[in-house]
Design a protein around this ligand. Structure first.
Ligand code: CA2
Length: 147
């Protein structure tokens, strides 16, 4: 089982800027943790970050056939991108939306997600642990499909 983990804009700055909001863990450390967790769960995770909506969309379009599900932190595109939502819905793979911060404790403009209505669920507020929880939720869901 292969899982695609997508990171949206600015997440490449993790651990390097604004640690008071997003923590001191770098994206490379998150990717390493996700891959280790995937191995523990008996699957494989590939991670991809882009600051460009179109590149994220290309990765989503290429996912069917290679991946059984997607974990996505779309960053600020969460709140703006109908294109990512339509792409995710269009490819039809199960999606888990994750966020480092608790969106609902923050500014009102972060309370709406275009992705949430087409996702299996959303995990928000647990820092880098949100990715691990999201991966576990997705793999659990995919395992249930096989029974
Ligand atoms: O909490 C999350 O994971 C977010 O997706 C992070 C996005 C934000 O726009 C969403 O509302 C919630 C922002 C990612 C920016 O990451 C940075 C990391 C370090 C320094 C600056 C930005």
């Amino acid at each position: 089982m292969n899982i695609l983990v997508l990171h949206g804009p600015n997440l490449n700055l993790l651990g390097l800027r604004e640690p008071e909001i997003y923590g001191s863990t770098t994206l490379a450390e998150i990717d390493a943790m996700v891959k280790k967790e995937a191995e523990f769960l008996g699957c494989q995770a590939d991670c991809f970050q882009s600051n460009h909506e179109g590149y994220l969309l290309d990765a989503i379009h290429a996912a069917p056939g290679q991946y059984q599900g997607i974990v996505i932190n779309a960053g600020a595109y969460t709140h703006t991108s109908l294109a990512l939502r339509d792409g995710l819905a269009g490819v039809g793979l199960p999606v888990v939306e994750v966020h480092l911060s608790n969106l609902y404790k923050r500014e009102a403009f972060r309370h709406h997600s275009y992705i949430a209505p087409i996702a299996l669920g959303q995990i928000s507020g647990f820092g880098s642990e949100s990715y691990r929880l999201g991966l576990r939720a997705l793999v659990h869901h995919l395992g249930r499909d096989n029974h």
